[in-house]
Ligand binder design. Structure first.
Ligand SMILES: [Zn+2]
Ligand SMILES: [Zn+2]
Length: 407
């Protein structure tokens, strides 16, 4: 026993020494060539198009004229550890970052990327199914704690009545998380706790974002009910199209024509859905072919559009399932194709498209808060959140006195 205690004491002393000796325990991002990176990361320029076979986040400098697209979720509402719900991150050489959809599980991937939360302040929502927007509250709060000191902006559609549009959706999220958000008053920057809905008319193709040389256009999609849309982003002669859930439609064919990278859902066949989900054939046909796009339909769209790269998503990435879906696509389309997986990464320049997979750090923590976050205006600390009798039930003397001034 005595020997055990000595060993424990030695380990404890070493751990304390390690703690005191490391100044990088104060997690702070650092700025390198205009971008924030986790401490200790110094990214390299990619020369002569020689990309490493695997993309390790925060190790590569995005070229000034380059776009990087990362699939953070490509699966279904029944998300799994290796197959999150829909989300695509688009990063541009001018430093801007855009999220298209934010399905459940996508924020796990953002943590894994150790992305700069300051830049992750724009989410474009195709429709209000959980597999496309279920992680919104998570990004709102996690980003706020993780460094965002400005509001989170959410761009989404109206629907057949006001209560089904993005504005009411966001209002309800704000109300539902009042316990959480008001409890942080005074500790976190005021503005970072704001979430702002930008609602647009789902029925009319329109430019809904136009800043810093980046234009985002929305157009109608056909998916169960009014209010599903798709998006096209144009910047610096490059284009990215993100199809939310939809059957093939005339707006998509028009707006996505000839774009560089075109992402569209590519659902299961009715036969697969009978087998995988146990649905009767009639319901399986409805799901796979009336409200979604089966593989041959995906191929027909891409044969018309002829993108530089067609990207399929919205299926389970099991090997047996994926291959059947791939075969279905190839019946109607023989052009460039990426069957995307979670963490598929696509670098795009005017004359090259590189498709790889990212490897993320599963133990990653956020970059940490920058000095702007530290000094951004805060309100008075929240008071009156707890009854006196509850606070008085606290065990006395459990907490060593502060080692630094706290007033
Ligand atoms: Zn979906
Ligand atoms: Zn949907």
């Amino acid at each position: 026993m005595k020997r055990f205690l000595i060993v424990v004491s030695i380990i404890s002393v070493c751990a304390i020494g390690l703690f005191l000796g490391q100044n990088n325990l104060f997690a702070k991002p650092h700025t390198y060539k205009g971008e924030a990176y986790p401490e200790g990361r110094f990214p390299q320029e990619i020369k002569n198009g020689q990309y490493p076979r695997t993309y390790f986040p925060n190790t590569e400098i995005l070229g000034k004229d380059e776009m990087r697209i990362t699939a953070l979720g490509t699966g279904m509402p029944t998300q799994t550890p290796s197959n999150k719900s829909a989300c695509f991150l688009v990063e541009l050489g001018n430093g801007d970052k855009f999220l298209f959809d934010l399905g459940v599980g996508a924020t796990d991937m953002l943590s894994g990327l150790q992305a700069d939360y300051v830049k992750l302040d724009k989410v474009f929502v195709s429709h209000l199914h959980t597999d496309h927007i279920g992680d919104l509250a998570s990004l709102w709060v996690a980003g706020w704690i993780g460094g965002r000191y400005t509001p989170l902006h959410v761009y989404g559609a109206s629907s057949s009545s006001p209560e089904l549009g993005i504005k009411v959706h966001v209002d309800h999220i704000r109300d539902a998380w009042a316990w959480d958000v008001t409890s942080r008053a005074g500790t976190l920057p005021n503005a970072g706790g704001e979430i702002v809905a930008h609602e647009f008319d789902f029925s009319k193709t329109a430019v809904i974002y136009n800043e810093n040389g980046v234009k985002v256009t929305m157009f109608p999609a056909i998916h169960i009910r009014d209010g599903s849309v798709s998006f096209r982003l144009d910047w610096n002669g490059l284009s990215f199209v993100f199809g939310g859930d939809s059957v093939p439609n005339k707006w998509f064919l028009k707006e996505a024509k000839g774009a560089d990278v075109v992402v569209h859902e590519c659902f299961f066949t009715p036969e697969q859905w009978v087998k995988l989900a146990g649905f009767p054939y009639k319901q399986a046909y409805w799901v796979t072919s009336v409200i979604h796009t089966p593989p041959e339909g995906f191929g027909k769209i891409m044969s018309e559009i002829k993108p530089r790269m067609a990207v399929a998503y919205h299926y389970w990435n099991h090997r047996d399932i994926e291959f059947e879906i791939f075969e279905g696509v190839r019946k109607t389309y023989d052009g460039p194709l990426t069957m995307s997986d979670d963490l598929t990464v696509i670098n795009v320049t005017k004359d090259h498209i590189e498709v790889r997979e990212a490897t993320i750090d599963h133990e990653a923590w956020a970059q940490g808060t920058g000095t702007e976050w530290d000094t951004a205006p805060r309100g008075d600390p929240a008071t009156g959140l707890m009854a006196d009798w509850l606070r008085e039930g606290e065990m006395k003397g459990f907490n060593p006195p502060p080692t630094q001034p706290i007033d």
